[in-house]
Each structure stands twice: as C-alpha cells, then as structure tokens.
Design a protein around this ligand. Structure first.
Ligand code: PMP
Length: 406
C-alpha cells in the first residue's frame, strides 16, 4: 500500500509551486534574474537587528524572549501595530491585532476559518500565487472578482450556489500587488465593500506591500474606508486586514499580523493555539524594538532603492520593448507585469531566454486561478542593480522582438 492513497482529498489540491521549482534552477551567477519575489538582502537592517537581539537577550526580557508566550502576540508589538493602523485610518486597538508567522500564516488560517469544500473565493485574475496555495488546502473554487464590471452581488452569489457552495470572501492584494504591481483604485475598494455587504461575505485585504509607496496618491485601506462608513467602529467591519514586516524589516523572522473585529481575532487565536501556540517570542521582541525606533527611516531607505530600480526598469522597457508589448507602471512595491501579444507564451519565452539571453522572469499564467494568462510575465526589480536591470531588459527586448518576427 502506498501512503499517498490514504492522504486526505485536500492533499490533491496542494501542488509544488512551479515558481519555486523554477527558482531553484536559477541560482547561477551569470543569470540576470527578475524572477525572485524576495526583498533585497543587502537592504536588511542587520546592525540594528543585531543590537535588538542582543538587547532582548540581555535585558529584563531575556527569559521572556526564550519562553512560551501568548497566542495573541507580544503586547508591545501589538500596541505599536495598532498605532500604525490608526495612522492609516483604521480605528484598531491592540485587541484587534493578532501576530502571525508572516502574513502567509494568516492566509492559511483565514482559509481554514471560512472555507468548506466547494465554497467560492473571489480573487483577481491574476492574484498572489501564495494565497491560492493557502486557500487550495480547503478545497474552494474560485470566481473572478472584477469590482468595476457590471456583475452584481446577486450574480456572484448565484454562481457560487450553482456550484454547490457559498461565496465566503473576496481576497485582494491592494497596493502594488504581487504579481501585477497594480493598485486597487478607491472606487474599486468602495465597490468591494458594497458587494461584500450585499453578499454578506468577508473581505481579506492583503497589505503586504502597503508601506512601499514611491509616488502617487495614498489610497486608504479597504478596512479604513469600511470603518469610516460604519461610524468608525471596527467591530462593525467585515474586512480582515493582513499586514507583514517581511517587505519592510525582514522576511526571515516570520512576523506578520491580522487586524480585524474581535470575534474574528478571537477565533484566529484559537486556531493559532492549535497550530503553533504563538509566533517566535524573541523575533517579536526584536521586531517591536526595531519597528519602534527605526521603522520609518528604514522604510525610506528601501523605498529610495526600489524607486530607482523601478525607474530603471520602466525606462529600459520603454527603450527596448517592441510594439504590441505593454506593462504596468507601479507606484511602489517590487513588480512590473508585462503583457505580450497573444501569439507569445511566457513559459516558452523563459525556456528560450535561459538558453540564449540568460535572463530569468516568471511566466504569468501561474498566477491565474484558471491557468490563463499565457502571454504574461512578472518582472521583479527588487534585487538587481540599475545597470543589471538595463542590460537584462535590453536582452529581453531583443528576445521578444525575435520571437515576434519568427
Ligand atoms: N501576500 C503577498 C501579496 C505576498 O507577496 C507575500 C510574500 N511574497 C505574502 C503575502 C506573504 O508574506 P509573509 O508571509 O512573508 O508576510
């Protein structure tokens, strides 16, 4: 007997991410890689963390840092996060904050909390692959969320019910999304709240990149817009905000948070108790210290670096891409999304690129819940310097020009 035969049905929905498999192959020094979805390690505030960990291990919190701690998370960190939430218009108290092991854990818990097999999740086409991966374990189906189309709440609900389940939540990566770099407009955010109210579903607002705005106008988070509509009462809100320190301070420490109404937080606390008791105490103490004293100045350093790289990539795309190719112009974050003429296939192009141009990127179809989008690519500018970006995009432009002529 093979143990695979007795795996639960949910296991059949968990597949190795094509992207992660691909990235393993790309760790070669002569490749210019725009494929990774990771922050630039040269920008990690190493010295500051060294001091924070030293202080955490030698000060009054020393034994606390090495001990079990509360499932809700380190209180000073929750206090700091609640303060940050208030600055962006979300009327949160520390009781509305749960610390998670990265925002990825929050996505898993929210899938576990809401989804029965056959339920419907509304997502963008494309959307964050890791969200699909987290939700897939709970065996949902996906419907395309298109807030500014004329599909009504009744249309979405009817389709979910016809498929034998219920629509449970809409998931959106709101600012400088992974993979597109696009930001959800204020009108679309307002419409998502209308739809969610009418359908009686939750909204999961993934704010992983929110602090990394380089330019353009700040758009309030969906949770802030909803709270403003509901008399400033977060307890009346259906939006669940997921934040992360991964793109600002460190992804390796695995510290993120959920900000939501108390009944949701209380239930997630029970899940966290059952799953991993709490996130690493020492990491939370160090993050709290670094955030409190250095968050704004450090985020400014990251923004300046990424802004220059985004500009370098946009300029190079303008210079080297042939007619018929279009791309997003992100106001922050790490990604640019390229749409090629329909005749081209991103996966074939990658294979050719690795052979002849030594430039890597992620073919876009992996980010579509229905596997469409074959003519799209995700480029990350976060980990290459400006000269490499110029050279890599020039090579990619040559490749695409040749592919279109063939
Ligand atoms: N959401 C989005 C949109 C992301 O791009 C990522 C990381 N790539 C995450 C969530 C998860 O990040 P973490 O668990 O490190 O907070």
């Amino acid at each position: 007997m093979s143990l695979q035969e007795i795996f639960a049905t949910r296991a059949t929905r968990m597949k190795a991410s094509e992207i992660r498999e691909l990235l393993k192959l790309l760790d070669q020094p002569d490749i210019i890689s725009f494929a990774g979805g990771i922050p630039d390690p040269d920008l990690f505030p190493k010295q500051i963390f060294q001091e924070a960990f030293n202080a955490a291990l030698s000060g009054p919190l020393a034994t606390h840092g090495l001990q079990y701690s509360s499932s809700e998370g380190h209180k000073p960190l929750r206090v700091w996060i609640a303060g940050q939430m208030q600055k962006i218009g979300i009327p949160a108290t520390p009781d509305n904050i749960l610390i998670t092991s990265g925002s990825q854990q929050a996505l898993d818990y929210l899938g576990k909390l809401f989804l029965s097999p056959g339920d419907t999740v509304l997502v963008g086409w494309p959307t964050y692959l890791g969200a699909l991966g987290a939700f897939n374990a709970y065996e949902p189906r996906y419907d395309k969320l298109d807030p500014l189309s004329n599909r009504s709440a009744a249309d979405y609900t009817a389709e979910a019910e016809a498929a034998g389940g219920k629509a449970k939540f809409a998931y959106l990566s709101v600012d400088f999304a992974n993979p597109t770099g696009a930001t959800v407009s204020r009108a679309a955010r307002e419409r998502v709240i209308d739809l969610a109210d009418e359908m009686d579903i939750a909204v999961i607002e993934d704010a992983a990149y929110q602090s990394l705005r380089f330019d353009g106008e700040v758009i309030p988070p969906i949770l802030a817009l909803e709270a403003a509509r509901k008399g400033g009462d977060i307890e009346a809100c259906r939006t669940i905000y997921c934040g992360s320190f991964s793109k600002t301070l460190s992804p390796g420490l695995r510290v993120g948070w959920v900000c939501a109404a108390m009944p949701v937080i209380n239930q997630l606390v029970l899940m966290k108790q059952a799953a991993d008791l709490h996130s690493a105490t020492l990491n939370q103490i160090a993050i709290a210290d670094v955030a409190e004293h250095h968050f704004d100045s450090h985020v400014e350093v990251i923004r300046a670096a990424y802004r220059g790289r985004r500009d370098a990539m946009l300029n190079a795309l303008e210079e080297h891409m042939p007619d018929g190719v279009s791309w997003t112009k992100p106001e922050g974050g790490m990604f640019i999304w390229v749409t090629l003429p329909e005749t081209l296939d991103g996966a074939n192009l990658l294979a050719e690129s690795l052979k002849t141009e030594r430039v890597a990127f992620v073919p876009g179809h992996a980010f579509f819940a229905d596997g469409s989008g074959r003519n799209t690519l995700r480029l990350s500018y976060a980990t290459s310097d400006e000269a490499k970006i110029a050279e890599g995009i020039k090579r990619l432009g040559n490749l695409i020009t040749r592919a279109l002529a063939a």
